[in-house]
Design a protein around this ligand. Structure first.
Ligand SMILES: *C/C=C(C)/C=C/C=C(C)/C=C/C1=C(C)CCCC1(C)C
Length: 237
C-alpha cells in the first residue's frame, strides 16, 4: 500500500521511474513474443530464438526489481543493473556463437567472448561502486575489454566465420556488429556521466539510468529481433 502511494506521487514527473516501468513492460512483451514464436522454428533455430527470449525475460525480472528499488530508495539500482548485465551480455555472446556455428565456430570463440564481457562488466562495477575514486582507471580497463570484443566481431575470427557463412548469417552478423559498436557505446557514456574522472568537463553529469534504460531496450529487444528475423529468413530458403 505504502508502495503504491509512493509511486502515485512520483509518477507524473519522474522520468527515470517512467523508463524503468516502460522498460519492464517492453521486456515482458518481447519475451512473450519470442517464447510464443518458438513452435514455428525447427530445431536448428529454436535455441537461438529461445536465447533471445531468455535475454529479455531475465531483463524483465531485473527491471521489475529496479523500478521498485527506484521508487522505494530513490537511487540508482546499480547492483541489480550489473547482475542483469552479467547474465544477459554473456548470453548475447552465445547468440554470436550460435549463428556462426554453421560456419564452424569453435567453443574457444564462445569462451573468449564470454570472458571478455565478464572482465568488461566486473571492472565497470568496481569503478562504479567499490573504487569510485579510481572510476576512470576501472572504466578504462573495462573499455579495453569492450574494444577487444568490437575487434573480434568486426575484424577478428568471428568476422571471418561470418564471411565464410555468407548469406543471411553474414547480413545478421553485420547488424549485430553495429549494435555492439553503436548501441553498446551508450553504456560507457552513461558511466562517464555518473562517475568522476578526466572526462567530466566534456560530458555532462547527471542521472545515468535513463541512458542505461534506453540502451537496454534497444540492445536487448533489437538484438533479439535480428536473431528472430534471421531464423525466419533462413527457414524460408
Ligand atoms: C543488455 C545489456 C547490455 C548490452 C550491456 C552492455 C554493457 C556495456 C557494453 C558496458 C560497458 C562499460 C564500458 C565499456 C566502460 C565503462 C563501464 C561499462 C561497464 C559501463
Amino acid at each position: 500500500m505504502k508502495n503504491l502511494l509512493l509511486m502515485k506521487e512520483m509518477l507524473p514527473n519522474d522520468y527515470v521511474g517512467f523508463t524503468f516501468f516502460v522498460g519492464c513492460m517492453a521486456m515482458m512483451a518481447a519475451s512473450a513474443f519470442f517464447f510464443l514464436s518458438l513452435n514455428q522454428f525447427d530445431k536448428k533455430w529454436r535455441t537461438s530464438v529461445l536465447v533471445s527470449g531468455l535475454i529479455t525475460f531475465i531483463a524483465a525480472v531485473h527491471y521489475f526489481y529496479m523500478k521498485e528499488y527506484w521508487a522505494e530508495v530513490g537511487q540508482s539500482p546499480t547492483f541489480f543493473r550489473y547482475v542483469d548485465w552479467v547474465l544477459t551480455v554473456p548470453l548475447m555472446c552465445v547468440e554470436f556463437f550460435l549463428i556462426l556455428k554453421v560456419a564452424g565456430a569453435k567453443t574457444d570463440l564462445l569462451w573468449k567472448m564470454i570472458s571478455l564481457s565478464v572482465v568488461m562488466l566486473v571492472t565497470g562495477y568496481l569503478g562504479e561502486t567499490v573504487y569510485k575514486d579510481s572510476a576512470a582507471l576501472w572504466g578504462g580497463i573495462s573499455g579495453l575489454a569492450y574494444f577487444v570484443i568490437v575487434y573480434e566481431i568486426w575484424l577478428g575470427s568471428a568476422s571471418k566465420l561470418a564471411k565464410a557463412a555468407g548469406g543471411n548469417v553474414l547480413a545478421a552478423h553485420k547488424i549485430l556488429c553495429w549494435f555492439v559498436l553503436v548501441g553498446w557505446a551508450i553504456y560507457p557514456l552513461g558511466y562517464m556521466m555518473g562517475t568522476t574522472g578526466w572526462y567530466n568537463s566534456m560530458i555532462p553529469s547527471g542521472n545515468i539510468d535513463i541512458a542505461y534504460n534506453i540502451a537496454d531496450a534497444i540492445n536487448k529487444i533489437g538484438f533479439g529481433l535480428v536473431i528472430y528475423n534471421l531464423a525466419v529468413q533462413s527457414q524460408k530458403d
